[in-house]
Design a protein around this ligand. Structure first.
Ligand SMILES: [Zn+2]
Length: 228
């Protein structure tokens, strides 16, 4: 099974990716990780990637796809994969489709985790990070034993600036604007599975598992019009 996972920040992509990976024995491909690994390995392509990153520029799509192709050629993606973090727009999706075609591969599902703004704000604005060991907590969903203090190392917890409410609204707006046409693109390809991600992670995953096991594709044309 080959899956592309889409969803705004706070929709629970990381958690669902992990559950999918464990339950369906899939490889989890995160383009962020691929880029970081390329740089760490210091191969030719990694040096080029680093050049862009050091200047604070976006790494060109062609390079990202090059790394993806390498990954797809490796044994660990043979049993299927979840692609997370890419594509983010239609032009990237087209490049990706071309790369898949060259390898005679097909994407089976594009899963879109859809959560409402108040839910996303509740999830992200409650997040607290340890200033020392980076452990994550949540003021209501996963509170530390002692308020404001890390369970693991006893250091103080803080809120990342991009987890503040205004910043979240902004991130969300950028995401929705960026991906609106991408959703349409996969809707047209009849690959889109839209999941209501307003529930707790295990509930969302149960539904997702059902959909994937039954191999029925749910698509809800028009579901995105309200966002446009
Ligand atoms: Zn800590």
């Amino acid at each position: 099974m080959r899956i592309i996972l889409l969803g705004p920040p706070g929709a629970g992509k990381g958690t669902q990716a992990k559950l999918l990976k464990d339950n369906f024995k899939l490889s989890h491909i995160s383009t962020g990780d691929l880029l970081r690994k390329a740089v760490a390995d210091n191969m030719t392509i990694g040096k080029t990637v680093k050049g862009y990153m050091d200047k604070g520029d976006l790494v060109p799509d062609s390079l990202v796809v090059e790394l993806l192709k390498e990954k797809l050629a490796s044994k660990d993606t043979n049993g299927g994969f979840i692609l997370d973090g890419f594509p983010r727009n239609v032009s990237q999706a087209e490049i990706l489709d071309k790369a898949f075609k060259e390898k005679n591969l097909n994407i089976d599902y594009v899963i879109y985790l859809k959560a409402d703004e108040p839910v996303i704000i509740q999830r992200l604005s409650g997040r607290r990070v340890c200033s020392k060991c980076q452990a994550n907590f949540h003021v209501t969903n996963m509170p530390p034993k002692k308020k404001g203090i890390c369970d693991n190392c006893g250091s103080s917890l803080y809120q990342r600036t991009d987890d503040q409410e205004e910043a979240i609204r902004n991130r969300l707006k950028v995401y929705l604007k960026e991906t609106a046409s991408l959703i349409g693109y996969y809707l047209n390809q009849k690959k889109l599975v839209e999941m209501d991600a307003n529930f707790e992670a295990p509930v969302v995953f149960d539904k997702l598992k059902n959909v994937l096991s039954n191999s029925t594709k749910i698509s809800l044309p028009g579901a995105f019009k309200e966002r446009a």
